[in-house]
Write a protein that binds this ligand. Sequence first.
Ligand code: SME
Length: 159
Amino acid sequence: MAENLIISAGSKEEKYKDLLPQIKGLVTGEPNLMANLANVAAALKETFGFFWVGFYLVEHDELVLGTFQGPIACTRIRKGKGVCGTSWLEDKTLLVPDVDAFPGHIACSSASKSEIVVPIRKYDQVVAVLDVDSDLLNDFDETDQKYLEELMLCVSDCF
Ligand code: SME
């Protein structure tokens, strides 16, 4: 395993393109789920400086907080609640440019202004979601969606 990430000084897309193979290398061969999710959250935080980045894992009818980087966060989210629970229910990525305009948004931190949530699927079932929050409005776009979805395909192999 490499000890340091090599982070592109270029565009967001170049950063994602450089990061993806490094994350694949990080998780390949490591069987422990939490160890892998912890490193993926850390790699995303280190590369992009996101305000909050982490995982919620499906447990019965709730999402339970997993590994993350950022301020403390709510520990349990019901299916269909908030951005995370809606992403799980609808089984799709949600890009939220202004969290205050999202009905039912769960404010773990008042500093969070925009958000992207990407479901992680195993055998066609959502097993977890990746949640990324920014303290800037409208901070995520289709580039984040494309590469975070690709990354979560890789992360689903860890489950
Ligand atoms: N805002 C999320 C809750 C999780 S925190 O942002 C870390 C939501 O509405 O589901």
